[in-house]
Design a protein around this ligand. Structure first.
Ligand SMILES: Nc1ncnc2c1ncn2[C@@H]1O[C@H](COP(=O)(O)OP(=O)(O)OP(=O)(O)O)[C@@H](O)[C@H]1O
Length: 254
């Protein structure tokens, strides 16, 4: 197996504190891996290193065999590594459909010209509508983005992330801040994307039932260090994981 994404000795130190320490990580293509670990374990920092928001103090990151360690977040996004929070450019006064269409348009690199490109415009809109169906938001196509509930906004972000056609999706706690009633819909959306089979997905999530439901494998970080990586059943039975992570040190799993 050639990993689509790989880190070697990935390390970052803030002042005297090493938030991610010598992590060797391999992500198979079209695989779903969750990253778990107690608060402060380094999960989000690890994502920031993968997406380019942070530059490592040591170590390297490879995408499809190419060293991307020094590339900017935009360059990485162009190569196919997408992260949902980058999409802060939701226009609150545009409709849901218009927002997704703009993301599709940006990806297609088309400058919309009202008179000459109406056919292309229709195709963009069709694609945007398909994406809204994927994230189960088609019923809200004409709603203004600012009027969406929190969970619906997260779905819109995911639709816009999908519009970028990223091969690798980095999902950092997609259900954070959601009400309990909103969680199953997001879970269904992620299941649907997984079932389509063409994405490589890395999820950071505290909700263990969601991790167990979705993941092919789990990586565990603890105090910035790699603790374990393997199939879900192996990780859940691993003594080292249980003692470090499940054995009372961590009580945030819900
Ligand atoms: N920019 C920064 N400057 C200084 N310290 C930082 C910075 N970013 C993260 N840290 C520290 O690095 C450690 C790891 O933080 P990180 O947010 O990656 O953990 P996490 O596993 O995502 O936690 P949580 O589950 O609470 O989101 C923490 O001790 C945090 O305070």
């Amino acid at each position: 197996m050639v990993p689509i994404l790989e880190t070697k000795g990935l390390t970052i130190t803030f002042g005297g504190h090493t938030a991610v320490s010598d992590v060797h990580f391999q992500m198979p293509p079209h695989h779903f891996k969750s990253i778990i670990g107690p608060n402060g374990a380094g999960k989000t920092t690890f994502f920031n290193l993968l997406s380019g928001q942070l530059k490592p103090s040591a170590g390297t990151i490879h995408y499809k065999g190419k060293d991307i360690t020094r590339l900017s977040p935009t360059e990485r996004a162009r190569l196919g590594i997408g992260r949902s929070f980058q999409l802060t450019n939701v226009f609150p006064n545009l409709t849901v459909l218009e927002n997704v269409r703009l993301a599709v348009q940006a990806q297609a690199g088309i400058r919309y010209n009202m008179f000459s490109h109406f056919r292309k415009f229709n195709r963009l809109e069709e694609r945007a509508y398909e994406l809204l169906q994927t994230v189960l938001l088609n019923g809200k196509a004409e709603a203004l983005a600012k009027n969406l509930a929190h969970g619906e906004k997260r779905k819109l972000e995911i639709a816009m992330l999908l519009a970028l056609q990223s091969e690798v999706l980095l999902l950092d706690e997609p259900t954070a801040g959601m009400s309990l009633e909103e969680v199953p819909a997001i879970l269904e959306v992620i299941h649907k994307i997984k079932q389509q089979g063409n994405k490589t997905i890395i999820l950071i999530e505290h909700k263990m039932d969601m991790v167990l439901d979705l993941s092919d494998s789990i990586m565990v970080l603890f105090n910035g260090k790699f603790l374990a990586d393997g199939p879900v059943a192996d990780i859940m039975q691993s003594e080292i994981v249980q003692s470090a992570y499940l054995g009372g040190l961590y009580d945030d799993a819900s």
